[in-house]
Ligand binder design. Structure first.
Ligand code: PEP
Length: 261
């Protein structure tokens, strides 16, 4: 028997710091064609800020949404180099927050993720909040405690009504861009213990059961099916394999086939 689907599956691409405007538009045009018939799954591409407008225009009217990869929490002001929720929402519906690369290289903390999460929700953007442990934490058996603390930090002061609008991406840092992946069983177990159970404690079982959790970390066409059939995994955040029409399309199609949706 197949997986009982409680939440709409959602696969998003994270283009990271790749793609000029012209390259991004070409990729979006390709995906618009190859994924034109996909309606059973939510889809998005998260582009560099410079490509949001052009990719947003390219994908307007398609089933593929657009997301930013970061934003500041204020609407406007003297914050050189930042982009605001007002600027993001002109072209995008989603925003990735707290990606491990931003935590590692740009000083993102649980506190700033929380401020950004509240700003995204206030502006009607769907946040994709990334959480996940380092290899050392994983080896030391600290994963559930650490991811649980990232969860509590992110959701501080967020109501249950808003929490259900959040998408989470469980991304073990050691699996991002490395070709290594958590086993689907381990990812499922950690999502249950460190995410779903923490949400139940923070809110209630109904709220926890309504929130979508993606897996991220070297998702490829040939491993997508193994993750998406797991009961706690509702989709994927895809980095490297989202940069080509063929591989992102194959990931989506393989997920659809595995779920029979
Ligand atoms: C990511 O960028 O969030 C990611 C998971 O990257 P990759 O798929 O390349 O590991």
């Amino acid at each position: 028997m197949g997986k009982q689907i409680m939440r709409k599956p959602f696969i998003a691409g994270n283009w990271k710091m790749y793609k000029t405007v012209a390259e991004g538009v070409a990729l979006a045009e390709g995906l618009k064609q190859t994924l034109a018939d996909v309606t059973t799954m939510e889809l998005a591409v998260c582009t560099p800020a410079t490509a949001l407008m052009a990719v947003g225009q390219t994908l307007a009217g398609s089933h593929i949404g657009v997301g930013a990869q970061n934003m500041f929490w204020k609407d406007e002001g003297a914050f050189t180099g930042e982009i605001s929720p007002l600027m993001v929402k002109e072209w995008a519906q989603y925003v990735i927050l707290g990606h491990s690369e931003r935590r590692q290289f740009f000083g993102e903390t649980d506190e700033t993720v929380n401020l950004k999460l509240k700003a995204a929700l206030a502006h009607g953007l769907t946040p994709i909040v990334c959480i996940g442990e380092s290899l050392d934490q994983n080896k030391a058996g600290e994963t559930v405690d650490f991811v649980g603390s990232q969860m509590r930090g992110a959701f501080t002061g967020v109501s249950a009504g808003d929490a259900v609008k959040v998408v989470l991406a469980y991304e073990p840092i050691w699996a991002i861009g490395t070709g290594l992946t958590a086993t689907p069983e381990d990812a499922n177990r950690i999502i249950k213990a460190a995410i779903r159970d923490v949400l139940t404690a923070l809110y209630d079982a109904e709220t926890a059961g309504a929130i979508r959790v993606q897996y991220g970390g070297s998702v490829k066409p040939d491993n997508m099916a193994d993750f998406i059939v797991m009961p706690e995994i509702d989709g994927a955040l895809v980095g490297g394999a989202s940069l080509k029409v063929d591989s992102f399309t194959a990931i989506v199609k393989n997920a659809i086939a595995a779920l029979s949706v």
